[in-house]
Design a protein around this ligand. Structure first.
Ligand SMILES: *Cc1c(COP(=O)(O)O)cnc(C)c1O
Length: 435
């Protein structure tokens, strides 16, 4: 299958090109040339299939034999998706889809693990693939752990010193092997600027085969469709007829993958986009004007996005038809005060501790039920484990958060980190010194 740019449908590239150069020159985003549809037999039989079988079928709809032969794709999928995405019922009409059981404890593991393996597989060059990534916390952990031990790759993570949480810092700095971390004496924007300048530097491009692990890479989007099918399978097995998914949204990649799954034939009654006060999309669905604003810092900081990069993909998926988007997607936005109250309400009602992003999705399910009463199951996606955001919880709740094995395993591990300033020359000479 080929991929086109959302800015020019006549520009077609191979999977390999789209994976290694994730941004088309015209600044659009890559989309599959057609949305593959999965047959009714597959959909009916979903409850009898394992997560890995489902993932393999969904991936195979985009990746043809000529791109990656089926046996190899199966190996990639089974290696990448080696942890579950369970649905837990909280009451007779509310369920949570937990996407935080991977190595970095956030849903970005699905995208990062699949992309890293596809990149390593498609790489025909003998030179090491050098992945440069700037992170404010969550993405870096998923990318680092996604590439950890993947042959032929090396990852350099830049993060702002002192501005990531202790668990995040451990995830970035204790890996060893093919992962190295640089603490930059500056902000996330400084880290991003260093990476961008490096990609445009002729000398570095000569010395290394550089690539980015950008969140808009098509190989991160496709695997995020897997768990919508798997969640639907689990809900059907538990007797649900109609399903509504609520998705905590920042760059809208996660919900975009859900909408892609829906277009492929997954029966979903409606999607709910849940945001914090960075409400560009909820405002757009209300008044029809796409009016991005600078992002505002909130408790759910992985969703602090003023101009969601994947929104153009969603409009493309719906042929730019605003009313079709509105029919498929409802949207609600919530403040930090509401988020804190929701965390407490969820403990009181279900004895369930949610991270702030997840709590916003739950709030959206409640708002949706008030607006559209009826007989259906609402499933909200839990995008991260609450232990990653300790500063959000009061001591009573914090004491009840179970520490996952992935975090225990980091305790006592030695941190290896290089400290650099914000100047490009310093970064460049460090890189050249490690050629
Ligand atoms: C990245 C992230 C989000 C936002 O996902 P998008 O695909 O950007 O909409 C939500 N929650 C958590 C915990 C995240 O890390």
């Amino acid at each position: 299958m080929q991929f086109y740019s959302t800015n020019n449908r006549d520009l077609r590239v191979s999977l390999k090109e789209a994976v290694f150069n994730s941004l088309p020159a015209d600044k659009g985003l890559y989309m599959p040339e057609r949305v593959p549809s999965l047959d009714a037999y597959f959909i009916r039989n979903l409850p009898g299939l394992s997560f890995q079988e489902i993932a393999f079928t969904v991936a195979g709809a985009f990746v043809e034999e000529a791109d990656i032969p089926a046996n190899d794709l199966r190996r990639i999928v089974e290696d990448a998706i080696d942890f579950d995405a369970p649905v837990r019922l909280l009451d007779h009409e509310t369920a949570v889809l937990e996407l935080f059981h991977g190595p970095s404890l956030a849903f970005k593991d699905f995208g990062a693990r699949f992309m890293s393996r596809v990149m390593a597989y498609l790489s025909t060059d003998d030179r090491v693939l050098d992945v440069l990534v700037a992170t404010s916390g969550d993405t870096g952990g998923a990318v680092a752990l996604g590439f950890l031990g993947v042959p032929g790759t090396r990852v350099t993570i830049l993060y702002p010193e002192g501005k990531v949480s202790p668990i995040q810092e451990s995830q970035l700095t204790t890996n060893g092997q093919n992962i190295r971390a640089i603490a930059v004496a500056g902000t996330f924007d400084d880290c991003q600027a260093l990476v961008k300048t490096a990609f445009n530097d002729p000398e570095l491009n000569k010395a290394f085969r550089l690539t980015s692990a950008n969140s808009i890479n098509i190989a991160r989007l496709i695997p995020q469709a897997f768990y919508y099918f798997h969640a639907y399978a689990q809900l059907r097995a538990q007797g649900a007829e109609e399903v509504v998914f609520a998705v905590p949204s920042g760059n809208f990649g996660n919900i975009g993958a859900g909408l892609l799954a829906h277009k492929m034939g997954l029966p979903v009654r409606r999607f709910i986009a849940a945001t914090n006060v960075n409400d560009t999309v909820p405002r757009f669905l209300r008044n029809g004007r796409y009016d991005p604003r600078p992002s505002v810092q909130t408790l759910a900081n992985a969703m602090d996005v003023g101009n969601p990069s994947n929104w153009v993909r969603i409009m493309d998926l719906f042929g730019q038809d605003q009313s079709a988007v509105r029919q498929a997607v409802a949207a609600y936005a919530f403040t930090d005060t509401q988020t804190r109250e929701a965390i407490q309400s969820m403990v009181d009602r279900y004895e369930y501790i949610a991270c702030p992003h997840t709590a916003i999705a739950w709030l959206a399910t409640q708002a949706y039920r008030r607006e559209y009463p009826g007989d259906y199951a609402t499933v909200f996606l839990s995008t991260a484990h609450p232990c990653k955001f300790p500063e959000v919880f009061g001591p009573r709740i914090a004491a009840q958060i179970a520490v996952p094995d992935q975090v225990r395993a980091l305790e006592g591990r030695e941190k290896a980190v290089v400290r650099l300033g914000v100047d490009f020359e310093g970064f460049k000479s460090y890189l050249l010194g490690t050629a």
